[in-house]
Design a binder for this molecule. Structure first.
Ligand code: ATP
Ligand code: MG
Length: 352
């Protein structure tokens, strides 16, 4: 298997956690006889410092020429005086837009060894493994009209979807579910919103092409409760943009630490992979960053851009193993003994 990965480490803890993730990918390549190449690019604050732009053309070209983009984190307070379109975060928005992915994947996995880090009881979170599929290019975030009229004190946003936009993201959810536990839970607010009625009708129609996958519909308000009460009931959860934003953060509680959460954005020109956490400037350079979110993000590259399911699982199992063995970075140590970013990366490598 050949794979060209653009590595955009970015700012803060981005380079620290990305280094551990690429080390694991190198190990996977060696163990599996794959040919992975890595092309580095600047993005965010570091890119502004070195080139004046948060997303230099060379970075964008490298990303578009790759099979997958691995992004660390973007953000640096020292650029706070710049206008939003010139700040480090603009680099992230621009690359997301350029790659055009419309399906944002966020797993929410319970780790037995970390159950004490979650406010939920262990018997509630045991074996939980949810995959959120959030539509990313439609809904309230993008719908027109949108405005804030300061004279009339009226503001407007529009939740808009077309049938085609729902079909394409629903297909991704069903494809993924058919390789998992074969259940899709579609979340909407069809008792109130017409846009949700279109969503529900369309998802129901797409489901007919996947007879081995069970489809259920949930209203977003009751879903918010179910995620806390009965998270084990869910496999793939398909939602529109805003509902997915909220519910996937809520479900992060099941895992227990921001430093443990991976994500992928697929469906566009090139898939984009990034840990959920940001640049965490408070701990940058201290060796305290948890690299497991980035390492689990690397596993998602293997699964979603290289079709290397076994290798992806091996990385995920290695993460479970080091946690079961008791290794912790500071964010998940609960005041107990902790190891550094690099040591954690090495432990995962050994477990692999
Ligand atoms: P950004 O603006 O880049 O999103 P932020 O400060 O808003 O940054 P995060 O960087 O996502 O938010 O993280 C919030 C806090 O969570 C951090 O300040 C840090 O203390 C902690 N944190 C985030 N990621 C990690 C990690 N990988 N390992 C350990 N702690 C983390
Ligand atoms: Mg943040």
């Amino acid at each position: 298997m050949r794979l060209k990965i653009a590595v955009l480490a970015g700012d803060g803890i981005g380079p620290e956690v990305t280094r551990e993730a690429t080390n694991i990918l190198r190990a996977v390549a060696e163990l599996g006889g794959h040919d992975f190449t890595f092309v580095e690019g600047l993005i965010g604050g570091i890119a502004i410092t070195e080139t004046g732009s948060p997303l230099p053309k060379a970075t964008l070209d490298a990303a578009l020429d790759s099979d997958a983009v691995l992004l660390g984190a973007v953000g640096d307070n020292k650029f706070n005086s710049l206008t939003p379109d010139k700040r480090p975060e603009a680099g992230l928005l621009q690359i997301r837009q350029a790659l055009g992915g419309f399906a944002n994947l966020r797993p929410s996995t319970a780790y037995k060894a970390l159950s004490a880090s979650s406010p939920l009881r262990p018997e509630v979170t045991e074996n939980v493994d949810i995959l959120f599929v959030r539509e990313l290019l439609g809904g309230l975030y993008f719908g027109a009209p949108r405005s804030w009229n300061k004279e009339t004190n009226e503001a407007i946003n529009t939740m808009r979807y077309t049938r085609d936009e729902v079909v394409r993201v629903a297909r991704i959810a069903f494809e993924l579910a058919s390789k998992r536990r074969k259940k899709v839970t579609s979340v909407d607010k069809a008792n109130v919103l017409e846009v949700s009625q279109l969503w529900r009708a369309t998802v129901t129609e797409v489901a007919k092409d996947y007879p081995d996958v069970t489809l259920e519909h949930q209203l977003v308000d009751s879903m918010a409760m179910h995620i806390m009460n009965i998270p084990r009931n869910f496999d793939v959860v398909l939602t529109e943009n805003l509902f997915g934003d909220i519910l996937s953060d809520e479900a992060g509680v099941i895992t227990g630490s921001l430093g443990m959460l991976p994500s992928a954005t697929i469906g566009g020109a090139v898939n984009l992979f990034e840990p959920v956490h940001g640049s965490a400037p408070d701990i940058a350079g201290t060796g305290k960053a948890n690299p497991l979110g980035a390492i689990l993000t690397a596993a998602m590259i293997l699964r979603h851009s290289a079709n290397l399911e076994q290798d992806a699982r091996a990385v995920e199992q290695a993460v479970h193993k080091v946690l079961d063995e008791g290794y912790r970075t500071a964010d998940i140590a609960r005041g107990g003994e902790s190891i550094t970013t690099q040591e954690m990366g090495k432990r995962v490598h050994q477990a692999l």
